[in-house]
Design a protein around this ligand. Structure first.
Ligand SMILES: [Zn+2]
Length: 104
């Protein structure tokens, strides 16, 4: 169960109408090699502007708690129907929710 308040927090729009930076988490599957959505949306103040792996975004830096909370989180493989855990931060991606880039 995810109990972190960071993951549950709902963020709306700023007063100025600019979207608060939110990120969808995508994971490279260890079962089939495709990239699947973790179905988690987090809020990062200084996250990347485009899709980027966690390893690239925080090289040698401490990850914020809302990302540390992803460790060991199970993702469903849409192809095999099995759950998997991706522990390599090169294969976990932050995708801005406003990004036009769609991952398949
Ligand atoms: Zn898969």
């Amino acid at each position: 169960m995810l109990t972190s308040p960071y993951l549950c927090a709902k963020v709306g729009l700023d007063k100025g109408g600019l979207p608060v930076p939110q990120y969808d988490i995508y994971v490279r599957c260890v079962e089939c090699g495709a990239v699947h959505p973790m179905r988690i949306r987090i809020h990062l103040d200084n996250g990347p502007l485009e899709k980027q792996s966690i390893a690239e975004t925080y090289p040698g830096k401490t990850r914020p708690p809302q990302l540390q909370a992803l460790d060991g989180h199970k993702t469903l493989c849409l192809k095999t129907g099995r759950m998997f855990i991706q522990e390599n931060h090169d294969h976990i991606f932050l995708v801005p929710s406003y990004s036009s880039e769609r991952i398949t």
